[in-house]
Design a protein around this ligand. Structure first.
Ligand SMILES: Nc1ncnc2c1ncn2[C@@H]1O[C@H](COP(=O)(O)OP(=O)(O)O)[C@@H](O)[C@H]1O
Ligand SMILES: [Mg+2]
Length: 257
């Protein structure tokens, strides 16, 4: 449908991973734009390479071909002095996958700009002309929902809420990503991680934390996740002091093992 996929869900549920997987199964190159506060169009689209332009001028000067200023100036806006950023790269290298990651971190102006780009997939560069994607990219937008993204942008997209994986899927992910970890340990880590998620913590653990936990246990040579080992390795899975305190305060035997 040439509509962007808008993925929302807590941090660590696999939104970014989904875009990577999409690029892998379609065999397309992926371009990722990581959003942040203050992100501007120039960082997302293109920039002129000032350093190389200057070098070009110096070289022309040294060669003594300083004559025609207009020609020299025009030569500065050649494609080879253009630094393509992810959005332009995704259009130029079509068909591609474009990941606009954590759009909730960018501000309103950038969202409005993105909305425009996503409606016609063209970029106009005053000095060069218009770039249009031969085939529109598969676009994945993600949000950790630290704020609500505007309705206008959502309306353009197909929406999907991503949950934490269920127990069997998490075990499968741990097994495929960490083949060195035993099935039993993977199951125990998945079970304990699911329990932690049900505790209404400040930062419920994502899949990355479950993988870190399993790796830590494996590295320590632990064969199973008993309450004592769990308590000593909690730093792999919880990243807030309040969360760690709460889990320690609960009867550990009931939570792990
Ligand atoms: N379905 C999955 N299969 C394999 N690995 C996954 C899957 N979902 C997530 N992961 C892994 O879990 C970790 C966290 O996922 P990530 O995409 O960074 O989460 P998010 O972008 O939602 O914060 C990554 O290391 C990712 O590779
Ligand atoms: Mg992510």
């Amino acid at each position: 449908m040439h509509r962007p996929l808008f993925l929302e869900g807590e941090a660590g549920v696999g939104k970014t991973a989904l875009a990577h997987a999409l690029a892998e199964v379609t065999g397309r190159p992926m371009y990722r734009l990581q959003c942040y506060e203050g992100l501007e169009a120039s960082q997302a689209l293109y920039d002129w390479d000032f350093g190389r332009q200057l070098l070009h001028l110096r070289a022309a000067e040294a060669a003594g071909s300083g004559g025609d200023t207009a020609e020299l100036e025009a030569g500065l806006y050649d494609r080879r002095f253009l630094l393509a950023r992810p959005l332009l790269q995704a259009l130029e290298d079509a068909p591609s996958v474009l990941l606009v990651d954590e759009i909730d971190r960018a501000d309103d102006e950038f969202e409005a700009f993105l909305l425009e780009l996503l409606s016609d997939f063209t970029i106009s560069i005053p000095e060069l002309g218009t770039v249009r994607a031969a085939v529109p990219p598969l676009v994945v937008l993600t949000s950790n929902r630290t704020r609500e993204v505007h309705d206008a942008l959502k309306r353009r997209c197909l929406y999907h809420w991503l949950e934490h994986p269920d127990f069997e899927r998490e075990v499968a992910i741990l097994r495929s990503r960490l083949p060195q970890v035993t099935e039993e340990l993977a199951r125990q880590v998945a079970r304990a991680t699911a329990k932690l998620r049900s505790l209404d913590l400040l930062k419920p653990p994502g899949i990355a934390e479950a993988m870190d936990w399993a790796t830590a246990l494996h590295t320590l040579g632990a064969r199973e996740l008993d309450p004592d080992t769990a308590a000593r390795t909690l730093g792999a899975v919880l990243k807030y002091r309040e969360d760690t305190d709460r889990v320690h305060a609960l009867t550990r035997g009931a939570l792990f093992g």
